[in-house]
Design a protein around this ligand. Structure first.
Ligand code: ADP
Ligand code: MG
Length: 742
């Protein structure tokens, strides 16, 4: 499995003018041999590619993108994007300056503005021609370049509309200048009916819109970029008992790193010296500082709030939790949802459709509405070209998704696929696992019942030997109790773990097995009477009972207590208030299941469920047409998490959570589930507003333009403003989410 998963490549892309460009890059990369998956996001200006390194080099992928006419940069490095924004601003400025005299000349056409002094040179068609040419082919050159590369790839984008529309205006005026220069009959008021101003104003308006859009998009996206800033460039390491500042790339696993008070922890590792408090809020969303002492685990990207810490490096660079979260987030932000795919399909046909609409408008005016008045037909057709806006349409979905996933990540909720955010909004049932999900997952041994002839210590020792390598929280509890009592478990091998049942291993005394009642029944253990009596009492109190056997003989039982997480009842309540059905589905037996359900305020619960049963339960609910979310641990609930419409992996061992399900909850609390569902509902609503606006805009504006009611420059400005509106609405979402997700 691992082998054919390929390598991921993350890139920043510059020069996309609308989502049609993103689709074009995606298509082109898809055709490249060795590329398994390619996702390009116009909203976040990023690409995420999975490829087979044996068949293809990263450089070849970059080259392919450059050949399509786009810039490629390091994803963490926004400087290329800022540079692009500065260029855009410069173009806007030059364009505006050159347009001004043309507008001035235009103002002279209006009687109401005749008080304005109009210098003669501005009146001259030749001066106007010069200015217009500079705008059209100087400032406007990129429109042609982009339009050309789109057309060459068989697609059409916003640039095609702009290039075509402004060129038409320019050429028409051009023709007028020369026609009048050769014949000497001047216009009655000494002015030529030029359209240079139109092309120029449209270009300026479009640039203004693009600039405003990219500025507010940058503002909206800044938050999802935050991780890059959490990466240290230089790290203080201890070499030969001497503290030295070295470049981050030269730090190796095992190096001892020093983190001063207020400093950023630069690596994942174990504390070997010092005691302190660490702020992990940027990683997990947990605002309380966490205390750290020798033996505690710390993660890169967290901040030391207390005294100096010594940390033994375990993971650096791209392997750290922070980097992995960052990569997952970028992948998610580049991935597409169902809605977005539909919109992309529509947008792809949009530009050709508008070219047709424009041609029809021309024909209708020229042949039917105003025969003989070529300029009216031309102006209306031009307005249709310029008002149609595929950009607002393409921007509507991704920008809101990027904002929402960025905001959630900051609160310890990592959405790994954009489509999960879409299904989350529709979730009706939430299935919760018990151990480690609803409860702390840090159970401890609360009581023991050895079989006749056995001591508690002997049973515990053997149980701990069998549990020596299991990642289950119960195994940890058994080991911890043995350690606490100073017992050293005997060596064992031939380990087996039956997920949802228990474990077994061979040691000198024979084969030892530890597990729940189902395991004992399955294996037909004998001498269960005393253990069962003990279990009946303890389970009624809500404790979990494990049975221990040597061979097939039961040699004792252990009762484990696990506390509900402090926030669990509140989180369950919030989910129910949001109209969701909350179920508890646990592998534990009925007693502890009922107790946990009662304490957490859950009405529907089911015990004795194997991971497989949880999976079947989810499928059954889905067959009834219900949308199901499941929260569980990343390892034995992984299949159920994958089958759910939205699977939340709880951060028990933090790392496993990142691999399972669709959403990783880095803070070990259920409150993130409600937060994610609430956020997704808001986000989907925002997206629908955006799409609704974008559709409505085109449905209204295109006919208005076709009827000749819009001046071409107004059409250009309206187009530019429509995407600004969409970005503005997405920014509103950003504020709303910030208030909602506290
Ligand atoms: P939950 O659904 O509460 O997370 P699991 O599916 O992890 O429960 O486990 C179900 C049951 O299987 C446990 O209640 C326990 O009886 C048994 N079990 C699973 N793994 C182990 C183990 N490593 N040691 C002992 N018992 C185990
Ligand atoms: Mg579990």
């Amino acid at each position: 499995m691992e082998g054919n998963k390929g390598t991921a490549l993350d890139l920043g892309i510059q020069g996309m003018s609308c989502s049609a460009c993103a689709v074009r890059i995606e298509k082109s990369l898809g055709k490249l041999g060795g590329v398994q998956e390619a996702a390009v996001s116009y909203a976040s200006r990023r690409a995420w590619i999975r490829y087979v390194p044996d068949e293809l080099e990263a450089e070849a992928i970059k080259e392919r993108i450059r050949r399509l006419g786009f810039g490629v940069s390091d994803p963490g490095d926004r400087s290329a994007e800022y540079a692009a924004m500065r260029t855009l601003r410069l173009r806007l400025l030059v364009s505006a300056l050159l347009t001004l005299p043309l507008l001035w000349a235009m103002a002279g056409h209006y009687a109401a503005l005749s008080f304005l002094p109009l210098p003669d040179f501005i009146r001259s068609g030749w001066v106007q021609l010069g200015l217009a040419t500079a705008i059209q082919f100087g400032v406007g050159l990129p429109f042609y370049q982009n339009a050309w590369s789109a057309l060459r790839a068989g697609s059409a984008n916003m640039d095609v509309l702009v290039a075509l529309g402004t060129s038409a205006a320019y050429l028409y005026s051009h023709y007028v200048v020369f026609a009048h220069a050769s014949s000497s009959d001047a216009h009655p008021d000494g002015m030529l009916p030029l359209y240079f101003d139109t092309g120029a104003v449209v270009i300026t308006a479009v640039l203004l819109g693009k600039y405003m859009e990219s500025r507010s998009a940058a503002r909206a996206l800044r938050e999802s970029d935050g991780y890059a800033k959490l990466k240290a460039e230089e790290i203080t390491v201890l070499r030969a008992e001497e503290a030295r500042l070295v470049p981050a790339s030269s730090v190796r696993d095992g190096d001892i790193v020093l983190v001063a008070p207020g400093g950023l922890v630069p690596v994942d590792g174990l504390v070997t010296g010092g005691q302190s408090e660490v702020d992990e809020s940027l990683l997990t969303g947990e605002s309380r500082a966490v205390s750290k002492r020798p033996g505690s685990r710390v993660w890169a990207g967290t901040t030391n709030r207390g005294d100096t810490l010594r940390i033994r490096t375990e993971t650096t660079g791209d392997g750290t939790l922070l980097s992995r979260i960052d990569a997952l987030l970028r992948q998610a932000q580049a991935s597409k949802t169902g809605i977005q795919r539909k919109v992309d399909r529509i947008s792809a046909r949009f530009v050709p459709l508008m070219l047709l609409a424009s041609a029809l408008t021309y024909a209708a005016w020229a042949l039917w509405l105003a025969p003989g008045d070529g300029s009216q037909a031309a102006l209306s057709a031009l307005a249709v070209l310029l008002v149609a806006c595929p950009c607002a349409l393409g921007l509507a979905t991704p920008i809101s998704l990027v904002i929402a996933s960025g905001k959630l990540a900051r609160r310890g909720v990592v959405v790994k696929e954009a489509s999960a955010l879409e299904s989350l909004a529709k979730v009706e049932v939430v299935l919760l696992d018990k151990t480690g999900t609803l409860t702390e997952g840090r159970p401890c041994v609360a009581g023991m019942q050895p079989a006749p002839g056995w001591s508690a210590a002997a049973v515990l020792k053997l149980a701990a030997a069998a549990e020596a390598e299991s990642p289950h929280p119960y195994a940890a509890a058994v080991r911890e109790e043995a350690r606490r009592r100073g017992l050293v478990p005997p060596a064992a091998d031939n380990r087996i773990e039956w997920t949802g049942y228990g474990v077994a291993a061979d040691c000198a005394e024979g084969r030892i097995a530890v597990g729940g009642r189902q395991l004992a029944q399955q294996e037909r253990w004998s001498g269960m009477k005393r253990a069962e009596d003990f279990a009946a009492i303890r389970e009624a109190q809500g404790e979990t009972v494990l049975f221990v056997a040597l061979g097939r003989d039961c040699i004792g039982a252990l009762a484990l207590g696990d506390r509900l997480k402090r926030e669990s009842p509140e989180a369950v309540q919030a989910l129910r208030m949001a109209g969701l059905d909350v179920w508890l589905a646990t592998g534990d037996s009925a007693g502890p299941a009922a107790a946990a359900a009662r304490e957490a305020g859950i009405v529907r619960w089911k015990g004795g469920m194997l991971p497989e049963d949880k999976l079947q339960q989810i499928r059954a609910l889905q067959r009834q047409g219900r949308v199901v979310a499941m929260a569980g641990d990343g390892w034995n609930d992984a299949p159920a998490l994958a089958a759910a419409d939205a699977g939340f992996a709880m951060a028990g061992g933090t790392d496993a959570a990142l691999d399972a399900g669709h959403v990783a909850l880095l803070r070990p609390s259920l409150t993130g589930i409600h937060g994610a569902i609430a956020a997704s509902r808001l986000t989907m609503r925002n997206i629908k507003q955006n799409l609704g606006f974008a559709f409505l805009y085109n449905v209204v504006m295109v006919p208005v333009a076709a009827c000749g009611l819009l001046e071409p420059w107004m059409a250009g400005a309206a187009m530019a403003l429509s995407s600004v509106t969409v970005v503005g609405n997405a920014l509103r979402l950003s504020g709303r989410l910030a208030r909602e997700l506290r």
